[in-house]
Design a protein around this ligand. Structure first.
Ligand SMILES: [Zn+2]
Ligand SMILES: [Zn+2]
Length: 308
């Protein structure tokens, strides 16, 4: 069996990445078991955004060129953003309204309700697959997805900015995608079951960035209803998503309800996909390069924390 062990960092480093070229899917083995992240004290979640804890692998960076600043204009919504969110919401409402009208005409309620449930559950899976893809592959120059890739990869450097990003600014890219893909389906179909599935699934995907923002927001700033939904597991929880932003940065990708995260991570589904892509296309996911400065969070300066 051929095994290529790749140690990018000295033995004193906390994490080492093995790339195992054996047929097994156990592609990454974290050695030095005594220093795995599980032994790290878990930060207070209410401090996660505004008072992140420095760890030895993080460096305090005060002014990199592309770093967003407090009240950065790029975090504000424009009228174009609002227009796209309005069109995305209208598209979802058309799906749901046509589904309800069709169900009322045919006196068929159970099937559309079940289809809605399936749409909600699969939206979480879709959010995870999409998030995994744009976290790990491509760059700002990638056609079509470049802006989203840049935004998600930047999110790992500056996760706190999502809580300051205005609503339409955060949702407009997904709202635009929903408009282009779902509106033609709304016009072409009158099936209440299909429209219920499409409406709920696309609505959850469109709002996944809002659920994501709530997962980064301190509990004291969240509405009680959102906290209750997070605690019930109906929206992705703050603690589950916090694990996504910790080493080894290769888990908990789903950001609607998070219901798929445990299964996907335990079964190493994304690791398997990464291996397939590596052997078929020769592309390495960014998560194999961990720990690198691309993933690690930059800490807010004391002036930014004070201003917050
Ligand atoms: Zn991510
Ligand atoms: Zn996040």
């Amino acid at each position: 069996m051929s095994i290529l062990a790749q140690h990018k960092y000295p033995l004193s480093s906390k994490h080492h990445v093995y790339t195992c070229l054996s047929p097994c899917l156990r592609t990454r083995v974290h050695c030095l078991a005594t220093t795995t992240t599980s032994t790290k004290p878990r930060p207070n979640l209410d401090q996660l955004v505004i008072e992140p804890q420095l760890n030895p692998s993080q460096t305090l960076v005060t002014s990199p060129p592309s770093r967003p600043i407090l009240n950065d204009p790029s975090l504000r919504s424009t009228w174009a953003h609002r227009a796209w969110v309005a069109s995305g919401c209208t598209t979802v409402m058309i799906s749901l309204a046509k589904s309800i009208m069709g169900a009322a005409e045919s006196h068929m309620w159970l099937e559309p309700i079940l289809a809605s449930l399936v749409g909600y559950i699969l939206a979480d899976l879709g959010s995870g697959v999409y998030h995994w893809g744009i976290d790990n592959y491509g760059s700002a120059s990638t056609p079509i997805f470049g802006a989203q890739i840049d935004a998600f990869q930047g999110h790992h450097k500056w996760p706190w900015t999502i809580t300051r990003r205005q609503f339409a600014n955060n949702l407009h890219a997904l709202a635009r995608a929903v408009t282009f893909t779902v509106l033609p389906m709304d016009l072409a179909s009158n099936d209440p079951i299909f429209l219920a599935f499409v409406g709920v699934c696309s609505g959850c995907i469109m709002f996944s960035q809002q659920f994501h923002a709530w997962a980064h927001t301190t509990k004291s700033r969240l509405p009680a209803l959102v906290i209750a939904l997070q605690d019930m597991g109906l929206l992705v929880s703050r603690s589950q998503h916090a694990d996504h932003h910790r080493s080894p940065y290769n888990n908990n990708y789903c950001i609607v309800s998070g219901v798929w995260n445990e299964f996907l991570d335990k079964q190493q589904v994304f690791e398997a996909l990464e291996m397939i892509l590596f052997f078929k296309l020769g592309v390495r996911p960014r998560s194999w390069s961990e720990p690198s400065s691309d993933w690690t969070e930059e800490i807010e300066t004391s002036s930014q924390i004070a201003a917050h």
